[in-house]
Design a protein around this ligand. Structure first.
Ligand code: SF4
Ligand code: SF4
Length: 308
């Protein structure tokens, strides 16, 4: 590695760490290894045909066409713990989780992109966001490890983080590529499996049964299947049951912050309206602050099943 690249890497590291961002730079050639691992998983391990079909239509790696000079992939992890919102009713307050992936996801992704772009530009490099199999990349790059619940964990953040990926013409300083790895902490632990209400985490294979995961249903439109018991719903969207009990996340779940409270009259409106667009503007704004517009059409259905 030349002195110039070594020096640039040190500056990049220092500046990202100062902003509580962890990262790895992976040589661009590793994309073929990433594709290989992902194809193997898709062909041999996923038994949900709808998911396989869905995955096939995504334009993975499209950014490579417009940036052929890219020399590496930068995969970054940003600390982003879960929060909760309170829906007040006449007789009780109901606390509902907002998983980390849904809290200001887009605004924070934009901030991450700005931070990385500014640092790389100052070093004489450019970058572009890229869509790829990011959890797998994070694990194979050495940035993260899998939990038994198939969630990625990053040292110091646990699973309270989100990932972002970019390609850049800055060369990688090293190559930590490895086979997908599960955390040592999972070896003598079964808490996530035991706390999963649907049995999606099984003992006989690593990959969870996606078709049994609540997230698949409450992140998508439609009726919930009858086999999902209403008492299992606990999150505005997604599900935190297998992360909230994980010892690697302990500190983040002692006192989950309340991000917003909906008054009795606001809760009433939410429970009686079927279309998000018909809500009063003030109520829409309360949800807009979370920065994840894709779930707006699902919110009322998901909130009703918890609060009714
Ligand atoms: S709960 Fe235990 S088994 Fe599950 S991911 Fe956490 S450490 Fe691993
Ligand atoms: S997200 Fe919920 S349903 Fe899915 S595996 Fe974890 S605990 Fe089970």
């Amino acid at each position: 590695m030349s002195n110039k690249i070594s020096e640039a890497y040190k500056i990049l590291s220092k500046e990202l760490y100062a902003q509580n961002i962890r990262f790895r730079l992976v040589p661009i050639e590793r994309i073929k290894d990433l594709k290989k691992t992902f194809s193997h998983t898709l062909e041999h391990e996923i038994d949900c045909p709808e998911f396989v079909e869905f995955i096939k239509y995504i334009n993975w790696f499209g950014a490579l066409n417009s940036f052929p000079e890219a020399k590496s992939i930068l995969v970054a992890s940003v600390y982003n713990p879960a929060g909760k919102v309170v829906f007040q009713k006449q007789d009780k307050d109901i606390e509902v989780v907002i998983p980390q992936g849904f809290i200001k996801f887009y605004p924070k992704q934009r901030v991450l992109q700005t931070i990385i772009t500014d640092i790389l530009h100052s070093l004489g490099y450019r970058n572009e966001r890229i869509l790829l199999h990011i959890k797998l990349l994070a694990v194979q790059s050495g940035l993260a490890e899998y939990g038994k619940n198939n969630i990625t964990y990053v040292e110091g953040f646990g699973s309270s983080h989100f990932l972002g990926s970019f390609i850049t013409d800055m060369p990688a300083n090293d190559d930590f590529w490895r086979e997908p790895k599960i955390m040592d902490a999972c070896e003598n632990c079964d808490l996530c499996r035991l706390n999963c209400p649907t049995g999606a985490i099984s003992e006989d294979r690593f990959l969870i049964h996606g078709e049994k995961c609540i997230t698949l249903y409450n992140e998508n439109p439609g009726e919930f299947p009858e086999w999902i018991e209403s008492k299992w719903h606990h999150a505005v969207v997604g599900c935190m049951k297998c992360q909230s009990v994980c010892p690697c996340n302990a500190a983040d779940y002692v006192d989950v912050p309340i991000l917003e409270t909906f008054t009795v009259s606001e809760t009433d409106i939410l429970l009686n309206e079927t279309e998000f667009e018909q809500l009063p503007q003030a109520l829409k704004d309360k949800f807009a602050q979370f920065g994840f517009p894709e779930i707006h059409s699902l919110l009322l259905r998901n909130i009703k099943v918890i609060c009714m």
